[in-house]
Design a binder for this molecule. Structure first.
Ligand code: NAP
Length: 248
């Protein structure tokens, strides 16, 4: 028996990194998985093949999380394919790091639309099936940077802090319908997003983390499965820090 048996999980941005790991562990735990990608078509096809290889049920959808209409069409397609959406993981995210002095309006808008507006788009769209089912779990991928701030990431930090406020408000609004909403704040997780960083900076981060290592995508995926499953049935409106003790 899996922790997510009979649940339909929709994950945005799962062609690589943390989202991919969430998709893999959700299928291992018995979920039916719908996942999205934007540009990594081949990686998405490969993941779909991997997830379904041993009898898992999964389907990849190309959908731009920053676009309101895409989100509605996506949820309609997922409901048509799998009947409902029990769990939504708003994971898609990007960085456009630079100091405020150099940041363009486009860099600000791109990050806010992909990281924050996307959660509004998708949460609006899943409300209908979740209200109908009188149950649901929504998980928003924030960041320790949204809690603490970070020089060179004012757009990213604002989007991730915004997700925490959004999470608490949705939890307050939908709690009476048995729909839970929580955020995860990963610390330094080693993925393609962090590969581009200066390696000296990366080494100093690892050293400053109490657990003395960067996180693995599976570390975040396991926390996501907990919040998706009925093991967390009495937890809503919270931000779970998955950061090796980086932020206490
Ligand atoms: P990643 O490796 O760069 O992967 C990002 C994923 O998001 C990709 O699958 C990408 O799809 C998708 N994506 C980007 N824009 C999209 C859009 N408009 N619509 C749909 N999908 C889109 O990133 P990651 O490190 O796994 O991070 C995943 C989440 O965790 C992000 O929200 C990130 O902010 C958060 N996070 C990461 C860290 C970390 O240290 N890595 C720390 C804290 C929080 P395509 O490849 O198809 O474009």
């Amino acid at each position: 028996m899996g922790l997510l048996d009979n649940k339909v999980v929709l994950i945005t941005g799962a062609s690589r990194g943390i989202g991919k790991s969430i998709a893999e562990i959700c299928v291992q735990q018995g979920a039916t998985v719908a996942f999205t990608y934007l540009s990594s078509e081949q990686k998405a096809r490969d993941l779909e093949a991997e997830l379904t290889a041993n009898g898992g049920v999964a389907k990849g959808f190309r959908s731009d999380a920053s676009k309101f209409e895409d989100a509605q069409a996506l949820v309609d397609a997922v409901v048509e394919a799998f009947g409902t959406v029990d769990v939504l993981v708003n994971n898609a995210g990007i960085t456009r790091d630079t100091l405020l002095m150099r940041m363009t309006e486009e860099q600000w808008d791109e990050v806010i639309n992909t990281n924050l507006k996307s959660a509004f788009n998708l949460t609006k769209a899943v409300q209908k099936p979740m209200l109908k089912a009188r149950s649901g779990s929504i998980i928003n991928m924030s960041s320790v940077v949204g809690v603490k701030g970070n020089a060179g990431q004012s757009n990213y930090a604002a989007s991730k802090a915004g997700l925490i406020g959004f999470t608490k408000s949705v939890a307050a609004e939908l709690g009476s319908r048995n729909i839970r909403c929580n955020a995860i704040a990963p610390g330094f997780i080693e993925t393609e997003m962090t590969e581009v960083l200066d390696q000296d900076v990366v080494a100093s981060w690892r050293n400053s983390i109490p657990l003395k290592r960067g996180g693995k995508p599976e570390d975040v995926a396991n926390a996501t499965v907990f919040l998706a499953s009925d093991l967390s049935a009495y937890i809503t409106g919270q931000t779970l820090h998955v950061c090796g003790g980086m932020l206490m």
